[in-house]
Design a protein around this ligand. Structure first.
Ligand code: PBG
Length: 324
C-alpha cells in the first residue's frame, strides 16, 4: 500500500487539526535578574535584550508579564561583591535583596507566582553553590544553610522555592524545615537533573557568579550521563519535591522525555542562558530567523514532555503568542 502522509499536511486547517504540541503563555516562567539600588538597568553583553535591573525597574517588567498572561517569575540576585564571603552569609540576611524583593513583588502583584533560587553561588565569594573547604564542596553543612535560606524565602512570601545546588538529600531536608515552620503550602521545585553544562556562562556573567576555582562537576551531573539523571529525578520525587527541573533543555530532550514518562510530577525545563544567547547571536548575524527559531526551540522542549519552561524568551514569546 502507498501511504500518502502529505494528505494531513495539505492546508493550514488540516495541519492545525492534527497539531500535537501547543505552546501557551501558561507554560512560561520568566527569569529576572535583580540588582540593588534604584532606577538602574544594566546590559548583559552576552544576553541581548536581557538586563540586570533594580527592583523598581523589574516591577515594570513584571507588570508587562502579568498583562501578557505570564503566571510565574523566578528571581536571581546579583549580589554586591562587598557582601560576599566564603560562608555566603548574605543568603540568610532577612533584609537582603531577595527577601525585600519577594515581599514588594507579592504586595504589588499578589497573584504572580514568585519562585526563588535556593543555592549559595550568588552569595559565596568562591562562586560555588555550596561551602568550599580544602577543595571540597561540603554537602550536609551546605544543606543546613539551604534549609534556612528556603525558610526565609517562604517567610517573605515565595510561593515556590527552587533548590538549584545539587547537594544530596536537600529536598527532604528543605521540606522538613518548611513544614516545621508551618510553610506547608510553599512548594519545592527541585533542580533534579542539573548538568555540569557549559551553557551557563552568560548567566554567570549576569550575576558575576563564576566559580573562583575549579568547576561544578563534583555536584552537577556529567552531561554524558542519562541513567544518572534518571536516578536524580527518582530521588527528588521520593524526597517530596512538587515539581522537577531538567536543565539545560535543548541538548537534554532525551532526559526531559524520560523524566515526563518516569515521574508523575510536572517537569519544568530550563532553557538556560547559553541556549538563549546562541539563538540571539545567530539571529543578530542574520544566520537564522529569531522568531521562528525561538518558537521551534520552545515547542521542541514541550514536545519532549515539559509541562512548563523557564525561558529568557518569556516576554518575547508571550507577545508573539498574544498576536497570533
Ligand atoms: C546556580 C544557577 C545557575 C543557573 C541557575 N541557577 C548557574 C550554575 O549552576 O552555575 C544557570 C541558569 C542559566 O544559565 O540560565 N545556582
Amino acid at each position: 500500500m502507498f501511504i500518502r502522509g502529505r494528505r494531513l499536511r495539505q492546508n493550514k486547517n488540516i495541519r492545525n487539526l492534527v497539531e500535537e504540541t501547543n505552546l501557551s503563555v501558561n507554560d512560561l516562567i520568566m527569569p529576572i535578574f535583580l540588582t540593588d539600588g534604584k532606577s538602574k538597568s544594566q546590559k548583559i553583553d552576552s544576553m541581548p535584550n536581557i538586563f540586570r535591573k533594580t527592583l523598581d525597574n523589574q516591577l515594570k517588567d513584571i507588570s508587562s508579564a502579568i498583562k501578557l498572561g505570564i503566571n510565574a517569575i523566578i528571581i536571581f540576585p546579583a549580589i554586591n561583591k562587598k557582601l560576599k564571603d566564603p560562608l555566603g552569609k548574605e543568603a540568610l540576611n532577612k533584609k537582603g535583596l531577595i527577601p525585600r524583593a519577594i515581599s514588594t513583588i507579592k504586595k504589588k502583584f499578589p497573584e504572580i507566582l514568585v519562585i526563588t533560587d535556593v543555592a549559595l553561588d550568588p552569595y559565596n565569594s568562591d562562586g560555588h553553590d555550596g561551602l568550599l573547604k580544602n577543595g571540597e564542596i561540603l554537602n550536609d553543612e551546605t544543606v543546613e544553610i539551604l534549609c534556612r535560606q528556603a525558610c526565609i524565602h517562604a517567610e517573605f512570601g515565595a510561593d515556590i522555592v527552587a533548590p538549584s545546588d545539587m547537594m544530596d538529600g536537600r529536598v527532604a531536608k528543605i521540606r522538613e524545615a518548611l513544614d516545621r515552620k508551618g510553610f506547608y503550602n510553599t512548594a519545592i521545585m527541585s533542580y533534579a537533573a542539573k548538568f555540569a553544562s557549559s551553557l551557563y556562562g552568560p548567566f554567570r556573567e549576569a550575576l558575576n557568579s563564576k566559580p573562583k576555582s575549579g568547576d561544578k562537576k563534583s555536584y552537577q551531573i556529567n552531561p554524558k550521563n542519562y541513567r544518572e539523571a534518571v536516578k536524580e529525578i527518582l530521588l527528588d520525587e521520593a524526597e517530596g519535591a512538587d515539581l522537577l527541573v531538567v536543565k539545560p533543555a535543548s541538548f537534554y530532550l532525551d532526559v526531559i522525555k524520560t523524566a515526563s514518562e518516569t515521574s508523575v510530577l510536572p517537569i519544568v525545563a530550563y532553557q538556560v542562558s547559553g541556549e538563549y544567547s546562541m539563538i540571539k547571536a545567530a539571529a543578530q548575524k542574520g544566520y537564522i530567523d529569531n522568531d521562528s527559531v525561538m518558537c521551534e526551540s520552545l515547542e521542541s522542549i514541550k514536545r519532549a514532555g515539559a509541562t512548563a519552561i523557564i525561558t529568557y524568551f518569556a516576554l518575547e514569546i508571550a507577545k508573539l503568542l498574544r498576536n497570533q
